[in-house]
Design a binder for this molecule. Sequence first.
Ligand code: 5GP
Length: 190
Amino acid sequence: MESLKTKLFIISGPSGVGKGTLLNSFLEQHRDNVRLSISFTTRKPREGEIDGVNYFFTNEENFKIAIKNNEFLEWAKYSDNYYGTKEAYVYKKLSEGYNLILEIDTQGAFQVKKKIKNASLIFIMPPSIDELEKRLRGRNTETEDAIKRRMDFVKGEIENSKNFDYVIINDNINKALNELTSIFNKNIEE
Ligand code: 5GP
């Protein structure tokens, strides 16, 4: 994969940090040469999520078969659900000439970096933990218990960000977008 001209960018950051908004704007501006990787998950779709667009929704049995068959570039279990990126899918997108963004957690990011050394790891940091919890509650999509578990997980994610190539603090969407754009431009030129 490293012989390809196109590059992989891994974006991690706690759920609710605003990754989605940031990435949508970025992708809009780079339609010609960037795609967002679609992961497989055993999580149930949230309202409005579409199979094959937001995720490929699958069940635990099929996910485990794919793990056994070594089909994943990386995978992780998170909040009782499995999430993973299929290697063949990533390779296909890169060979089609697209730089690919993987929006995955930090465990997955490190697994990818081990296999693909020129992948860039970018962490989107919330301006504060309190602010993040507020955003997560504002979504009204999770139970109290799920929010608690997610917030516990956030601390570990922030700790792991120390080993990332870049950290972007998302306190202002335009500023964060500019930072992401310059990281992207720098790495595709290399
Ligand atoms: P959500 O359930 O909010 O869509 O995602 C929960 C977490 O799973 C997020 O931190 C997201 O980045 C992560 N995630 C989504 N897809 C993947 C994947 O393919 N692999 C890994 N390791 N994490 C993923």
